[in-house]
Design a binder for this molecule. Structure first.
Ligand SMILES: NC(=O)c1ccc[n+]([C@@H]2O[C@H](COP(=O)([O-])OP(=O)(O)OC[C@H]3O[C@@H](n4cnc5c(N)ncnc54)[C@H](O)[C@@H]3O)[C@@H](O)[C@H]2O)c1
Length: 245
């Protein structure tokens, strides 16, 4: 299985902590030049320091996935330095829970803005650079893209859209060599899960544990690698059996 990313350029959004930090670390360990993007500058800078001290090629950049200007600046930088992008991991995301009658428009749109518009902008702005590399997109959806529980109206809307957009990217990208896939984690041991409090998905997971972030990263790297060269448009649950119910 080829998962050597030496000489490849990888962008990871939401890369300062949690799963994004794990993706940043794994791609760097596999030889890539990684652009790790987030709003959490202290954590991002700390991660960059610890990885570069190991001789790995990682730079942290302050980047809001909802900002068109931030994407334009990133793409200009990538274009100047590399003229191509091999892997885009749209990982940044937020969760907010409220049942439908209590949900408000501002919160609803905030979740869609980060989880859905952020993924759209990433694909939209990086498309030409990805085409130059015959590159790969890995979007992070959620089991909440296809399942639900009370309180998840905004999150389910945002993640179902990620599954749909991934399929669109796959059919539009096939002709020019871009592959697009998404992963639907169940529960992963990160701050987001801690913020969520009681987790229905965690309680209904047959393997009776949350994932280590690295267990998601391994699948991201596989989907982005030549080992997955005939896989595009799929949604891969990585959920300890949750979606088997
Ligand atoms: N933790 C889980 O159980 C779980 C399950 C399924 C899916 N997910 C998804 O996995 C992805 C990663 O989440 P995580 O578990 O690592 O949680 P996390 O909260 O630790 O990480 C999310 C990261 O995204 C960043 N972020 C938020 N808004 C941003 C913005 N506007 N621009 C740039 N970065 C922004 C945060 O600062 C944070 O570093 C998310 O898309 C999340 O929805 C998480």
């Amino acid at each position: 299985m080829t998962t050597d990313f030496t000489g490849k350029v990888v962008v990871v959004t939401g890369g300062a902590r949690g799963q994004g930090a794990a993706h940043t670390t794994l791609f760097a360990e596999l030889g890539a030049t990684v652009y790790s993007l987030d709003l959490l500058d202290d954590l991002g800078t700390e991660l960059q320091k610890s990885l570069t001290s190991r001789g790995l090629n990682v730079t942290y950049h302050h980047h809001d996935v909802t900002s068109e200007a931030d994407w334009d600046a990133l793409v200009a930088d990538l274009d100047t330095r590399h003229e191509a992008l091999d892997v885009l991991v749209n990982n940044a995301g937020i969760v907010h829970t409220a049942e439908i009658p209590e949900e408000n428009l501002v919160q609803f749109q905030r979740v869609l803005s980060v989880n859905t518009t952020g993924v759209f902008l990433g694909m939209n702005k990086c498309w030409t650079l990805l085409a130059n590399a015959r590159g790969s997109i890995v979007n992070i959806a959620s089991v909440y893209g296809l399942h639900s529980n009370p309180g998840y109206v905004a999150y389910t809307a945002s993640k179902a859209a990620v599954v749909g957009m991934t399929r669109t990217a796959a059919v539009e990208g096939a002709e020019i060599g871009i592959r697009a896939n998404c992963i639907s984690p169940g529960t992963v041991q990160t701050q987001q899960l801690a913020d969520e409090g009681r987790s229905y998905v965690r309680e209904a997971t047959p393997m009776d544990r949350g994932a280590d972030p690295r267990e998601i990263s391994n699948v991201v790297a596989f989907l982005a690698s030549p080992a997955a060269s005939f896989i595009t448009g799929v949604e891969v649950p990585v959920d300890g059996g949750f979606s088997a119910h």
